[in-house]
Design a protein around this ligand. Structure first.
Ligand SMILES: CC(C)(COP(=O)(O)OP(=O)(O)OC[C@H]1O[C@@H](n2cnc3c(N)ncnc32)[C@H](O)[C@@H]1OP(=O)(O)O)[C@@H](O)C(=O)NCCC(=O)NCCS
Length: 190
């Protein structure tokens, strides 16, 4: 029995559950070496992308759902421009991580910031989380900037933490607490 979440909506985006027929749009960016440079996967083969989608769809069937992956689509023309996720890493601690990836043509227009804010809202309000974190390569300046813009704070720096694409890479840990998010929302209303 699959639990499908209703789409999440932002000003310009719809974040919706994946369907199998998304594979070509996902493959267009997941097979791009520039897009996946800082990511642990890719560049994808067609089979990798199809397996990714099947895994996302399969994970919806779990009784207690811990992983929520969304296709990032434009409200204006429904085009799929990327993916994002929020994954409960520790249910007892009400903790989750987020991640996101966009096709290159859509970088630099504020989309990642917009979707990441929505992931935080979804996590704190609908999943009742206490803490949400994200990690990234310190060389990935765009990602670091997004994490700072959504109100996360740097908590750690892990040296040579992950072996990605043939080399050990450093990793920065960012996080935000529910009470900090409420504070940010109050500030934006004031
Ligand atoms: C990281 C990523 C999601 C950012 O998406 P985006 O939609 O371009 O992000 P936004 O437009 O919301 O914000 C990007 C910010 O980074 C800044 N930025 C971009 N490149 C930068 C660089 N080389 N140095 C410093 N800042 C940079 C932008 O100026 C912007 O900040 P600003 O609004 O203060 O000007 C996108 O580059 C991507 O998909 N990369 C590949 C996958 C990936 O690395 N995902 C993150 C894994 S942790």
């Amino acid at each position: 029995m699959s639990s499908i979440y209703p789409p999440l909506e932002t000003e310009r985006l719809i974040l919706r559950e994946f369907v199998e027929s998304d594979w070509q749009a996902v493959h267009a960016y997941a097979s791009d070496p520039v897009v996946v440079h800082y990511l642990p996967f890719g560049p994808n083969s067609e089979e990798d992308t199809k397996n990714f989608l099947l895994t996302q769809i399969k994970m919806r069937r779990k009784k207690f759902r811990q992983h929520f992956a969304f296709a990032v689509t434009l409200k204006s023309d429904k085009q799929l421009i990327g993916s994002c996720r929020i994954s409960i890493t520790n249910p007892d601690k009400q903790e989750a991580s987020i991640g996101f990836c966009l096709a290159k043509d859509f970088w630099g227009q504020g989309y990642a910031t917009e979707l990441a804010r929505k992931l935080l809202e979804f996590g704190f309000q609908q999943l009742d989380l206490h803490r949400i974190f994200a990690t990234c390569d310190p060389k990935n300046k765009a990602c670091m900037r997004v994490l700072i813009k959504i109100g996360m704070r740097q908590e750690g720096y892990m040296r040579e933490y992950e072996f990605i694409k043939g080399e050990w890479r450093d990793c920065v840990l960012f996080a935000i607490l529910k009470r900090e998010m409420i504070h940010i929302q109050l500030l934006s209303i004031a």
